[in-house]
Structures are given as structure tokens and as C-alpha cells.
Write a protein that binds this ligand. Structure first.
Ligand code: NAP
Length: 248
């Protein structure tokens, strides 16, 4: 895809992968709009990068998703790329009764929100040059870490959804990308950790972004970056290996 001259909405741009995409796309000469729940983070980013557009918005709330789409279509009608990036990663113990609200929010954030937002933007995107929908899934869509059962299931669902969406939109001119990151050192999982400074582990965000931007540039519609490619290719053999070595 053309990496310059776009107007790009990135859900969840206050840290990690979303923020790194935002910075990279700004450097490439795009207009970038980011969202998130943390107002302070949005303000900090706006101070550091005055050209960025920020919007306080919680994607797990259907009414806020509709409000976000209305605002974008009215205030930034040049938007031609949607990046469904916002996500949370929780540990879920399936050996006892689950907390349905907690699980519901994880599913709403990681799966329902991208489905809903896509539907709210698709008619608008059909009329745009270089229109794209980019879904951020995960290598864990292909091989789950059992302790993160719901998270991995939402990512597997996003992989499946992306295939169907790409098929349904094949005659519209909207490109549908899936980027499946490997483990990347971001704030992911901080919600479940007492020590928020504890590293997530994985490759530096800068290394991931380099691979992801190259994949987009080369129109690689399904881009499993770094170790994610291995996870997709060798899923069954890796299940035991990845789970025996994982500590929550
Ligand atoms: N890091 C990895 O190893 C890895 C691997 C594979 C896939 N991914 C995927 O990459 C995406 C980005 O994650 P990350 O690693 O960059 O983690 P991160 O640093 O925790 O970033 C997550 C982003 O999502 C936003 N977010 C979470 N819940 C939200 C909500 N309800 N409404 C709006 N924004 C919300 C957060 O903003 P606020 O907190 O301000 O709302 C934050 O900007 C996620 O979809 C994740 O599943 C990450």
C-alpha cells in the first residue's frame, strides 16, 4: 500500500504498537488520529507530537464506537485507513467459574470492537483512494498460550474474521491486511500485573515496526512478523513447547 498521503485512524495509540505505528506514519507524511482511554497519555503525546490528532475513546463501549465513527466521518472525512489495534491481554483460569464481565470486556475490546468499527467505516472507505483496513492479530492466533485462553481465542477469531472480510470486500478496492506480531516489548498485560514496570518481553517495538511497515509497503496482506511466521507454520508442535515455558 502507499505509505504516504493517507489519513489514518489507529485505535489504541497511547502506547506500544499503536503509538509506534502513529509515529512512523507521521514521519512518512500521513495525517494520524489516535484513540485511547488514558487522557493523560493522549495529552503527553499531543504535546510531544503537535501534528497528531488525539481522541479519548473506549472501544469496549458500543456507544463510544458510534460516537468515534460519527466524529471521524464529520471532522476527518479524508480518513482512508482504519487500524484495529486496541487490545487487552488477560489471564483466564478456565478450571473454575469465570468473571463474565471481565471476559466480556476482553472479547468486546479485542473482537467485537473491530467488527463494529469496520462496519461503521466500510461504506465511507469504499469511496476512498488507497483505502485499507489493517487488523492487528497475533502469533498467538495460531498457537495459544493456554493461560491467556480468551485473549488467544479473540486473536484466532480476528484471523478468521480478516479472511472473511477480505473475501467480502474483494471487489471494493479496500485492501484488508492482517498483521500478526510476535512477542513485542510493550505495555500489553500491564493491566494484570502489580508491577507495571515489569517488561512484557519480546522484541523491541522499533524492530517490529520495521517489519510491519515493510509488509504493508509490499502489500503483504497477511503478514506474520518475526517469530509469528514460525508459529503459523508449525502450530501443533509448538503448542506444548510454548506452554511448558510460559510463566504468567
Ligand atoms: N506486544 C505483543 O507482544 C503483542 C503481540 C501480538 C499482538 N499484539 C497486539 O497488538 C495490539 C497493541 O498492543 P500493544 O502490545 O501495543 O500493547 P499496549 O502497549 O498495552 O497497547 C494497547 C493499546 O490499546 C489501547 N486500549 C486498550 N483497551 C482499550 C479500549 N477499551 N479502548 C481504547 N483503547 C484501548 C491502550 O490504550 P489505553 O490504555 O489508553 O486505552 C493502548 O494504546 C493489541 O491488539 C495486541 O493484542 C501485541
Amino acid at each position: 500500500m502507499k505509505l504516504t498521503g493517507n489519513t489514518i485512524l489507529i485505535t489504541g495509540g497511547t502506547s506500544g504498537i499503536g503509538l509506534a505505528f502513529a509515529e512512523e506514519f507521521l514521519k512518512e507524511g500521513n495525517k494520524v488520529i489516535i484513540t485511547g482511554r488514558r487522557e493523560e497519555k493522549l495529552k503527553e503525546i499531543k504535546n510531544r507530537l503537535p501534528e497528531i490528532i488525539v481522541r479519548l475513546s473506549d472501544v469496549s463501549d458500543a456507544a463510544q464506537r458510534i460516537e468515534l465513527a460519527d466524529w471521524i466521518l464529520n471532522s476527518h472525512p479524508d480518513t482512508n485507513i482504519l487500524i484495529n489495534n486496541a487490545g487487552v491481554q488477560l489471564i483466564t483460569d478456565l478450571t473454575s467459574e469465570i468473571d463474565l464481565n471481565r471476559v466480556g470486556t476482553e472479547i468486546e475490546t479485542n473482537f467485537t470492537a473491530p467488527v463494529h468499527l469496520t462496519s461503521l467505516f466500510v461504506t465511507h472507505l469504499k469511496g476512498k483512494e488507497n483505502a485499507s483496513i489493517i487488523n492487528i492479530t497475533s502469533g498467538l492466533a495460531f498457537v495459544p498460550i493456554a493461560a491467556m485462553a480468551i485473549y488467544c481465542a479473540t486473536k484466532a477469531a480476528m484471523h478468521s474474521l480478516t479472511l472473511s472480510l477480505r473475501f467480502q470486500l474483494k471487489d471494493t478496492g479496500i485492501k484488508v491486511f492482517e498483521i500478526a506480531p510476535p512477542s513485542v516489548d510493550t505495555e500489553l498485560g500491564h493491566d494484570r500485573r502489580e508491577d507495571k514496570t515489569q517488561s512484557h518481553g519480546g522484541i523491541p517495538v522499533s524492530e517490529f515496526i520495521e517489519g510491519a511497515m515493510l509488509a504493508l509497503k509490499n502489500d503483504e496482506l497477511e503478514a506474520a512478523v518475526g517469530q509469528s511466521a514460525g508459529l503459523r507454520a508449525k502450530r501443533e508442535t509448538l503448542f506444548e513447547q510454548i506452554n511448558s515455558g510460559f510463566n504468567a
